[in-house]
Design a protein around this ligand. Structure first.
Ligand SMILES: Nc1ncnc2c1ncn2[C@@H]1O[C@H](COP(=O)(O)OP(=O)(O)OP(=O)(O)O)[C@@H](O)[C@H]1O
Length: 323
């Protein structure tokens, strides 16, 4: 089969809550080629986790049926989470401390996933787990099967979770800020491991991060989300070197790696129950014009595989754009 490994098309997600209907994602589209790596960036509350949950088919209570399409290997898993998709999307969660059940042995937790989604006997599965533990460089792979989560360090637990994500031979791995809870050295090791496994196994990767350094080291392309809409998308290097959307430009300008002072984008991400009309960034945008408040700007393709949802992207930002 050819075509992208994952194609998200016009995805809308709404959740009903006591405070009204939250419009979490609106018209989100992007594609990850086979073997491609895509990062999702955006401030807290922009909808990154909801996007991952939609792909994994684990919507929260109150969620309306999402609109649009999520094509995994050509199949719309939004309308038909076919058996063929189960287990073929591996998930690496954010927090290795919270993501393992403390009362079950490491091996048993992964065996349970394999029992539900992978062919083969229990003995086959055990052999495969030991191989995976070796691949993620856990010390004493055989012994690790019988250990409980508290007997591993944070970095080792993240290796365990990567092994779990690979247990059913996924074609796509979805990772939600998998190194945020780790110290800098361990973070580097885990990122190097992920990069190697993705390359060796020809996996596609969707990687949520708020860290542009991590993004640059892992992802070939990036989609920038703002308040549930795509602000900009394109090859990572080009977006980082020459951001177009005012949101991306400001986000990069105030990133700790690039700026010594503690300035930030004035204002906050709007609540999902109170999205502004037009461009959702316009209330915080220093180059907004009256037309920005009327209709949401479409994502317009630019040369080099890039696209931006701002008709004024060529307007320079004022010197004092950051607060
Ligand atoms: N179950 C829910 N009910 C109502 N609103 C929700 C629900 N889950 C998320 N939201 C809202 O949707 C928006 C996006 O949340 P989401 O967790 O997807 O963002 P995020 O970019 O992953 O944030 P973070 O980086 O902090 O994890 C936020 O405004 C959040 O308050």
């Amino acid at each position: 089969m050819s075509g992208p490994m994952l194609q998200v098309e016009g995805l809308d997600v709404q959740i009903r809550s006591e405070r009204g209907t939250a419009q979490i994602l609106q018209d989100v589209s992007f594609a990850i080629p086979r073997g491609g790596t895509m990062g999702i960036v955006g401030e807290s509350g922009c909808g990154k986790s909801t996007l991952l949950r939609s792909i994994l088919g684990i919507m929260p209570k109150g969620a309306e049926t999402p609109r649009g399409a999520i094509l995994f290997d050509g199949q719309d898993i939004l309308t038909d989470r076919a058996a063929s998709a189960r287990g073929r999307i591996g998930f690496v969660p954010q927090d290795p401390y919270l993501s393992l059940n403390p009362v079950f042995r490491a091996g048993d937790q992964i065996l349970e996933i394999m029992r539900r989604h992978a062919p083969g006997s229990r003995a086959d599965h055990k052999r495969k787990i030991v191989e995976l533990f070796r691949a993620v460089q856990l010390p004493d792979p055989e012994g690790a099967l019988r250990k409980y989560p508290h007997q591993f360090s944070g970095g080792q637990r993240q290796r365990l979770l990567i092994a779990a994500a690979l247990a059913c031979d996924p074609a796509l791995v979805v990772a939600d800020e998998p190194t945020t809870a780790l110290d800098v050295t361990t973070q580097r090791e885990i990122l190097a491991l992920l990069r190697r496994l993705v390359a060796e196994r020809g996996l596609s990767l969707l990687f949520v991060t708020h860290d542009f350094g991590v993004l640059a080291s892992v992802c070939e392309s990036v989609t920038v989300l703002y308040a549930g809409r795509v602000a900009e998308t394109g090859p990572t290097r080009q977006v980082l070197d020459d951001p177009r959307h005012p949101y991306t430009r400001m986000l990069l300008a105030c990133h700790p790696d690039r700026s010594a002072d503690l300035s930030g984008i004035p204002g906050t991400v709007p609540a999902a129950t109170a999205q502004p009309p037009g461009c959702r960034f316009h209330p915080r945008c220093p180059i907004a014009r009256p037309d920005c408040a009327t209709a949401p700007p479409p994502l317009v393709a630019l040369p080099g595989g890039r696209a931006v949802a701002c008709p004024h992207f060529e307007t320079p930002l004022p010197e004092n754009a950051l607060a």
